[in-house]
Design a protein around this ligand. Sequence first.
Ligand code: NAD
Length: 503
Amino acid sequence: QVSFGIVYQANPHVIGLASRSLQTLRRRDFVAGAALIEGRWIAGEQRDVVVDPATGEEIADVARCTGADMHRAIAAAERCFASWRGLLPAKRGAIIRAWAKLMLEHADELAVLTTSEQGKPIAEARQEIAYGAGFLDWFAAEGERAYGETIPSHKSESLLQVRMQPIGVAAAITPWNFPVAMITRKAGAALAAGCPMIVKPAPETPLSALALARLAQDAGVPPGVFQVVVGDPVELSTPLVRDERVRALSFTGSTQVGRLLLKGAAESVKKVSLELGGHAPLLIFDDVDIAKAVNGAMAAKFATSGQDCLAANRIYVQRGIYGAFVESFAAAIAQLRVGHGLDPATNIGPMTKLAVAKKCRAQIDDAAAKGARVFSSGRGEDLGPNFVWPTLLTEVTERMLIANEETFGPVAAVLPFDSEEEVVARANASEMGLAGYVYTDNLRRALRLSEQIECGMLGINTASFTGPPIPFGGWKQSGLGREGSRHGLAEYMELKYICFGDL
Ligand code: NAD
C-alpha cells in the first residue's frame, strides 16, 4: 500500500504572478500582440485575450486576424520567394543563425512568456527555448548540404542529375504544448530550404510565436519570409489549406484535426506533413535496475506536465518486478510539486487547456470504475480548474479509456505483463505509432524489440532522445513525414531529375 503525502500548499498569491512577470519584460514589444504580415505589425480591428492557464487571469491581448489578412500573407510570401531562394545557402544560414542567437540572448524573457501562457514549469520553458534555438542553428548549416545526386547513366552519351529545390510557400499550424520549438523545428527547415513560411500558432499561445517573429525581424529575416498570423483557427487555416500557392503544409496537433487538413489539402495536392498524437508504450522487463526504470518512467510520463506527444501512455511492467516498481514509482510521483509554472519549485503546472484537464479526470474515473487502483493526493482542482494532480493508476487493462486514448496529462497508467511475446503484441495493438520505450538489460532482447515495436522513434534504456539531428515523426495514425534531420529539410524541397543528353 502506498500513501501519498500532501506535496503542495495552494498559494493564493499566484493570482497576478504571470501579468506581473510580463510587466517586467525588457522587451515590451513581446507583449504588443500584433501579428507580423509582410514585415508590418498588424494590431487587428478585433482582439483576442490570452490567459494564464494556472489562474484564468487575462494577461495580454492579441490581434484577431481575418481570412483576408491570411490571403495578404500568402501573397507576400509568394512575392519574396524568388529573392529568398536566390540567396546563397550560406547567406540564408547566417540570417537563421542570427535568429537563433537572439533567441538565446532573450531566453529568460521568452521563457517567462512561454510559461505565462502555456503553464509549463519555468525550467522546462528555458529548456524549450534552447531546444527551439537548436533547430534554427542546425538547419542553418543543413541548408548548405541539400546535396543532389549524380546517377550512373542507363543511356550512352548522357548525364543524369537529381537536384533538391525549394518547394515554394510553406505554412505551419502549430500547437500549444511547445509554443516555441514546434515553430522553429518547422521554420528552421523551411527557411534553410529557401521557402518563406507563414505560421498560424495555437490561439492559447500566440505570445511566444509573436516574440519569435520580433526576433526574426531583428535578425534580418526579410519581410514576408517569416510571418505569424493569429486568430481563429478555422478562418486562418482554410486559406492555408486551400490556396494553391501554399505548396507545403506542416501541422502538429491532434489526429482529428490532422485528418481534416489532409482531406482539405487534397484539392490543391500540396505536400503535407503531420505530427499527430501518440500513445507510447513503455516496456519494463524484470532484468532491469528498478531505479533506472523509475527515472525513465518519470521522464517519459511527467515532462511538460504530461502534455507531450512522446509521453508514455501505457507503462507495461513485467510481473516479477511489478510490486517493487509500483512502490518506487509511486514514491517518486509523490515528490512532484504541483503549482504555478513561474514558481521555480514547481514540477507540474496546469494543463494549458481546460478540455485536457477534463479528459484526464474522465480517464481516471473510468479506470477507477473498471477496477484500477488510484494513487493521488488530490484532484488538482483545489488549485484551479486546469490543474490535474499527478496520479498513478495500477492494474490498468486494455478495457480502460486510458489504455486506448491519448491522455496528455500527468496521469500514469501501469499494466502488468508476463512474456515478451505478449507485451510486444499489446504494445503494437494501437492505432498510434509515434514513440516507444524499452527498459531491459538483455542485449538480444533489445535488438529483437528494436525491430518489432511499431513506432517512428524508440528509446532503449533512455527516455530522452529528441534533438535537431533526429528524424521526428510517427507511424500509423501518428502522422506523415519527418521533422528535424535531413529528412525534415526534404519536406520543404522538391526533387528535380535532369537528363543531359547528346553529350
Ligand atoms: P488541435 O489539433 O485542436 O490544435 C492544434 C492546432 O490546430 C492549433 O493551432 C489549433 O488552433 C489548430 N486547429 C484546431 N482546430 C482546427 C481546425 N478545425 N482547422 C484548422 N486548424 C485547427 O489540438 P488540441 O485540441 O489543442 O489538443 C487536443 C489533443 O491533440 C491533445 O490532447 C493531444 O492529444 C493532441 N495534441 C498533440 C500534439 C503533438 O505534439 N503531437 C500537440 C497538441 C495537441
